[in-house]
Design a protein around this ligand. Structure first.
Ligand code: HEC
Length: 261
């Protein structure tokens, strides 16, 4: 029995260590994003935006349309009209529209995104989507500060506009100024935490774009664990039950032992 506990303890420690390592090993993550699984409106927008901008290349092979409908309060007709472009069956999972050819086009097959928000963390995915920039040396004209050399095009460029990396020389100058104590990183008011600057504006303001990306990441976090809200609600009920039950057990114990003392 004792060795069983020891093994379980060692296993738990090992798991914690490996989670820590995975979180730390993700490279530079300039933004943080906390998903809100209870915000159904955001999840609905995220599902719609994911379908419109991502599902051409990316599948979510672990998520069925029927489950999305149930969880996000989307009636079947709306599911079919807004989310399901390549199937009629709500029992289907979200598969990518362009899967076969995509492998050759982008040098890398667009990965399935069912579990990405958990494997990479929501902050990573949010940062990745915020961090495409113009890079003429890349085949698709874009690069990414979070995933250098990414073979995914900047699919949201019309909404965000184009970001650029500030010129090397300028960067050096700024660092130089900082050396001399000038340091407010001034001069470029709109440099974002990933070090990029917006060179051409998109259809959305930076605030609107952040919200847009946030909704997509919220949806991806939901997709990675559709049962999360339910699990948390059940957890609260279980804790309440245990509290009440402990109190009752205590009263009972007092009752039983009253005559003994
Ligand atoms: C034109 C096809 C295409 C579209 C559209 C597209 N992607 Fe990608 N995506 C890719 C490819 C290819 C990769 C692989 C990049 C690499 O590893 O170099 C990728 C990688 C990713 C990754 C990184 C996965 C990982 O763990 O490395 C995420 C996250 C992602 N895409 C999210 C999205 C989201 C969200 C959208 C919609 C806003 C989207 N993608 C639209 C092609 C696409």
């Amino acid at each position: 029995m004792k060795s069983l506990f020891l093994t379980a303890g060692a296993l738990a420690l090992g798991l914690m260590a490996s989670f820590g390592a995975a979180a730390a090993g993700g490279g530079h993550v300039p933004f943080s994003y906390a998903p809100d699984p209870a915000n159904t409106a955001s999840l609905q927008r995220g599902a719609r935006n994911f379908t419109a901008y991502c599902a051409a290349c990316h599948s979510m092979s672990l998520l069925r349309y029927s489950r999305i409908g149930e969880d996000l309060d989307i009636p079947e007709e709306m599911l079919k009209a807004n989310l399901m472009f390549n199937t009629d069956s709500t029992g289907d999972t979200m598969h990518a529209a362009s899967a076969p050819g995509a492998a050759n086009w982008f040098g890398q097959k667009p990965p399935d995104l069912s579990l990405t928000a958990r494997a990479r963390t929501p902050s990573w995915v949010y940062s990745y989507l915020m961090s495409f920039y113009v890079d003429d040396s890349r085949p698709l004209g874009a690069n990414n500060t979070v995933l250098a050399g990414a073979s995914m095009p900047h699919v949201l460029w019309e909404l965000q506009g184009w970001q650029v990396k500030p010129e090397k020389a300028e960067g050096d100058d700024a660092a130089h100024e900082d050396d001399h104590g000038g340091g407010h990183g001034s001069g470029h008011g709109d440099a974002s935490p990933n070090g990029l600057e917006l060179a051409t504006e998109g259809q959305l303001t930076p605030k609107e774009f952040q919200a847009f990306v946030g909704d997509i990441v919220n949806f991806m976090a939901y997709a990675a664990e559709p049962g999360r809200v339910e699990r948390q609600q059940l957890g609260v009920k279980v804790m309440l039950f245990l509290l009440v039950f402990t109190f009752l057990a205590y009263l009972l114990k007092k009752e039983y032992w009253r005559d003994v003392h």
